[in-house]
Design a protein around this ligand. Structure first.
Ligand code: ADP
Ligand code: MG
Length: 478
């Protein structure tokens, strides 16, 4: 189905066009009409099949712009995924001016509370922090109409279920609830009876759990060989971009240090790191500034990075469904990819569980080719040559949008309307050129659309607002 044929707001279609989305994926063609009719849905569709837009498009369409309180809540298991989903809402909602917040732990409450007080249409959050805001009364759920559990099986798993249930209890009963994942066990049905209403089961069929677009195979090696083998393997394979999954934070650190010592272009990510470092590392990897990412399962679910050519399971995952999620970081959106696993003698049980779950046996390859790989100056520089810079998918959209900084805010009695007034008073500018507005205590930010940001900054800088001269410039950060 073409997006142009869908019955959705033209401003959403315009954004999708700029993002390069022309036709719906299969899951989108089924789910969008259901959500438009406010049906509860439980959706199982493979990794990388476009589930985010399957809920983001109809929910952005449903959002009432004039309402100031949150109307949509999306819960995700990790902070990185919350940010990614927020960015998808930002992109698709650009021209409808949808305001989306990402709310997660290990960040100061102060700014989150300030943000939540402002007009907010959509909140994407990790459960713990969101529950805190509900308890403190700083998240107003009274206008909430949609709840999404992304990576739903994980959200209803031991680590999260109690928090998620506590959150759901405080949401309006009359709402639409939807669950999305690539792995959803049958027994989830019973769990959901309490908080969903006659949910429609959407199961986008695929012949095999492990995608045919992923070439998956394994090496049988000893634990002691893993480091040396990994290094030779990457020199042999020369992946353009790869995630290496390890079982624990300590293993991630060890593997990372080994690769750094060998001058490989690599970052790491795990739960024991500072949040700021986690986010920066992920962003660098997303933009192709580094070739490898060594990670725990925090990066296993949902993370969508363009052209990851390889996933390497340095350790097999404990949970068989995480095998599917990990390797699903490659071969996304109709591309192909390679997944390589290391299997040791101690992995007997894990291996069986994964083989049972995926209904296929590991293809074991001969170690010799890898062991004979020559590591020298030349092979290492060939490895480095494979790095490609990546652009974000919203490039086309962003080209037209400029965020402006105004050095006036609430303390100078400035409201959004004053800024809109000043901008619309300029020749050739009207409401359609203005995107999201944030008025803070001492400054404000306004996104200007349609490539007009620079001229607005030039024309408004050093002019009067409420009798005072203001400074207006292109914002470099928030
Ligand atoms: P999932 O949640 O199913 O694992 P995502 O929602 O992360 O997958 O989407 C995977 C990739 O496909 C993303 O990069 C997204 O931008 C892209 N994508 C989604 N829908 C479309 C579409 N209709 N046309 C083109 N690209 C799409
Ligand atoms: Mg997803």
């Amino acid at each position: 189905m073409k997006f142009t044929e869908l019955n959705i707001d033209r401003r959403i279609k315009e954004a999708l066009d700029k993002l390069g989305y022309s036709e719906t994926t299969e899951v989108q063609s089924i789910v969008i009409p259901e959500l438009k009719q406010e049906h509860d849905v439980i959706v199982k569709a493979k990794t990388g099949s476009g589930k985010t837009a399957a809920f983001a498009i109809p929910l952005i369409d449903a959002v009432v712009f004039e309402e100031n309180k949150p109307q949509v809540l999306v819960l995700t298991p990790t902070r990185e995924l919350a940010i990614q989903v927020k960015e998808d809402f930002d992109n698709i909602g650009t021209y409808k001016k949808i305001k989306t917040l990402a709310i997660f732990g290990k960040q100061p409450y102060k700014f989150q509370i300030q943000d939540l007080k402002q007009k907010t249409h959509v909140v994407v959050a990790t459960p713990g922090r969101l529950l805190d805001h509900l308890k403190r009364g700083t998240f107003d759920a009274s206008c909430l109409k949609y709840l999404v559990l992304d990576e739903a099986d994980e959200m209803l798993n031991m680590g999260f279920i109690e928090t998620v249930e506590d959150i759901i209890e405080q949401l309006p009963v009359k709402r639409t609830t939807c669950l999305f994942s690539a792995t959803l066990p049958e027994k989830i049905q019973e769990l959901t009876e309490r908080f969903m209403q006659e949910p429609l089961q959407v199961h986008v069929k695929q012949s095999q759990i492990v995608d045919q677009q992923i070439e998956a195979y394994a090496y049988e090696i000893s634990g002691a060989m893993k480091n040396d083998f990994l290094f030779k393997l990457i020199v042999h394979e020369k992946p353009a971009s790869a995630i290496i999954f390890c079982e624990t934070q300590e293993k991630v650190d060890t593997v990372y240090n080994m690769l750094i010592k060998n001058r490989v272009s690599v970052h790491r990510i795990h739960g024991g790191m500072l949040q700021s470092e986690r986010l920066l590392n992920m962003e660098d990897f997303r933009l192709g500034k580094v070739q490898f990412l060594v990670a725990t399962d925090v990066a296993a679910r949902g993370i969508d990075i363009e052209n990851i050519s390889h996933v390497i399971n340095y350790d097999l995952p404990m949970e068989p469904q995480n095998y599917v999620h990990r390797i699903g970081r490659t071969a996304r959106n109709n591309k192909t990819g390679t997944a390589i696993s290391f299997i040791t003698q101690n992995d007997h049980k894990r291996r069986m569980r994964i083989e049972d779950y995926t209904n296929s046996s590991f293809e074991i390859r001969d170690n010799e080719t890898i062991l004979q790989t020559v590591v020298n100056h030349q092979s290492l520089s060939e490895l480095k040559k494979k790095i490609v810079r990546k652009t974000k998918k919203n490039n086309e959209l962003k080209k037209d949008i400029t965020k402006l900084y105004f050095n006036v805010g609430k303390r100078k009695k400035i409201a959004a309307g004053n800024l809109v007034g000043a901008i619309c008073a300029l020749d050739d500018l009207d409401g359609d050129d203005i995107g999201v507005i944030q008025v803070q205590d001492t400054c404000s930010y306004v996104s200007i659309l349609n490539g007009k940001g620079k001229t607005v900054a030039q024309r408004l800088n050093q002019t009067l607002i409420k009798g005072r001269t203001m400074r207006v410039e292109i914002a470099h950060n928030e």
